[in-house]
Design a protein around this ligand. Structure first.
Ligand code: BG6
Ligand code: MG
Length: 218
């Protein structure tokens, strides 16, 4: 069997932290006197913390000083971490461990490619840190998705060519990043949102070992 690189996004793919990001951002926006919708929130998925705050402030027609900007970033993360600290294995999305264990068993490269600076903390909380051969997260990149930097770095860390890598992503920005990196993109979520992906599944329960074997041997 060939060896390919399987790169997992974290938020929305391995764990449903999107709801915690949304709550923390929503509270922050509300404290500034405005609100934003779940549809707008879709545009924040996969997007770095800095870029997310820029978008939110623009939606609220609000400008702040650089100092205040940093303060708001810290506030959001403090509240987000309160949710994260309560997480445990029960928040791992269905069948993620099955797919991870299968890939490890058949000796494929397994890496994390996340925009989050909290990625290691979250993987530790849900006891999945040891499953990843390498981790590339928000601390290692300078360009946010849809730039392919995070996935290209993950491929490099696995010593596998980008064309031989497969990305699991729940965000539009992440699918675009994978496509730009010439990787196979697998959308986890709704077909309406992720139509640019090469393959789309509602969740990992729909991903069979036959499908994985087919992708590897392609
Ligand atoms: C991505 C999330 O994985 O990480 C975004 O989809 C989030 O919503 C980004 O803004 C950065 O995360 P963090 O944990 O560094 O604020
Ligand atoms: Mg995501």
């Amino acid at each position: 069997m060939k060896t390919k690189g399987f790169i997992f996004d974290l938020d929305g793919v391995i764990v449903d932290t999107a709801k915690y990001h949304f709550l923390a951002w929503k509270n922050l926006a509300n404290s500034l006197g405005f609100d934003f919708t779940e549809i707008q929130n879709e545009q924040l998925k996969g997007v770095s913390r800095v870029e997310s705050l820029k978008k939110i402030l623009a939606w609220g027609n609000t400008t702040v000083s650089d100092e205040k900007f940093q303060e708001l970033m810290a506030l959001k993360n403090t509240e987000y971490l309160e949710f994260i600290n309560k997480m445990d294995d029960s928040e791992i999305l269905p069948d993620v461990p099955r797919v991870l264990d299968y890939l490890i068993e058949i000796k494929q490269g397994v890496s994390l490619g996340s925009a989050s600076k909290n990625a290691r903390t979250i993987l530790e909380k849900v006891h999945l840190l040891s499953k990843f051969k390498t981790i590339v997260d928000g601390n290692d990149v300078s360009k946010a998705k849809p730039d392919p930097e995070v996935f290209l770095n993950a491929a490099k860390s696995l010593n596998i060519k980008p064309e031989d890598c497969v990305v699991f992503e729940d965000s539009v920005a992440g699918i675009q990043a994978a496509n730009t990196a010439h990787m196979v993109s697998i959308g986890i979520g709704s077909k309406d949102v992720l139509h640019e992906a090469d393959y789309i599944f509602n969740d990992f329960t729909e991903i069979s070992t036959e499908f994985i074997n087919k992708i590897i041997n392609n």
